[in-house]
Design a protein around this ligand. Structure first.
Ligand code: PRP
Ligand code: URA
Length: 209
């Protein structure tokens, strides 16, 4: 279930990420900004419930979020840069972590870390990762979260490739994917084209100078 969020400000910020000369400092800050904007859109369908409150003037019926327990789960490493932005929208959320890295030859994800809050069945889980390429990492993270009991999951992403979108539709058809861009294809190294390169390296400055 792909939801492409289109907005000139998103498009402008995305271009900053795509430009190869954008330094890590600006790249990181822009990923955080996009994460905040996309999380705002990704939470648009959340249900509300009525509650009685008192304003300084009078009693009235007002509305609050029906579901108040949220968990944000970044897929390490690149997803880490999206946590602060998502927390601006959902400041009371817990944060779990799933560490996955793509094997350079097979391009399949290898798990190296997992710390997930308890009782996921009662919570809304937002998985955050800027890149959906083959879909292997996102699919593995969604499987892990379902094994931990998660029933309501939303994936917040910045750039998706058609290959990854198809994989998630095939393997996790009920999960909504909120993204700012659907790019053209994957290259022979399974990088997104045109994409933005290696998101983790650009965020953490670990690529070649
Ligand atoms: C990147 C990215 C995603 C994954 C997407 O992580 O952050 O997690 O690749 O590719 P996929 O859809 O083909 O699985 P990477 O494995 O490079 O690790 P890193 O974030 O630590 O650099
Ligand atoms: N991971 C990245 O960081 N970039 C891509 O283009 C594909 C996977």
């Amino acid at each position: 279930m792909i939801k492409l969020i289109q907005h000139p400000v998103l498009t402008h910020k995305l271009t900053l990420l795509r430009r190869k000369e954008t330094p890590s400092k600006v790249f990181r800050a822009t990923v955080e900004e996009l994460s905040e904007l996309l999380t705002y859109e990704a939470t648009r369908e959340l249900a509300l419930r009525e509650t009685e409150i008192e304003t300084p003037i009078t009693r009235c019926t007002a509305q609050v979020l029906a579901e108040e327990k949220f968990v944000i789960v970044p897929i390490l490493r690149a997803g880490l840069a999206m946590v602060a932005g998502a927390l601006k929208i959902l400041p009371d959320a817990a944060v779990g972590h799933i560490g996955l890295v793509r094997d350079e030859t097979t391009h399949k994800p290898v798990e190296y870390y997992r710390k997930i809050p308890a009782n996921l069945a009662e919570k809304t889980v937002l998985v955050v990762d800027p890149m959906l390429a083959t879909g292997g990492s996102t699919s593995a993270a969604l499987k892990i979260l379902k094994e931990h009991g998660a029933r309501k999951i939303i994936f917040v992403n910045i750039i998706a490739a058609p290959e990854g979108i198809k994989k998630i539709a095939d393997e996790h058809s009920e999960i909504p994917i909120y993204t700012a861009a659907i790019d053209d294809h994957l290259n022979e190294k399974c990088y997104i084209v045109p994409g933005l390169g290696d998101a983790g390296d650009r965020i953490f400055g670990t690529g070649s100078d």
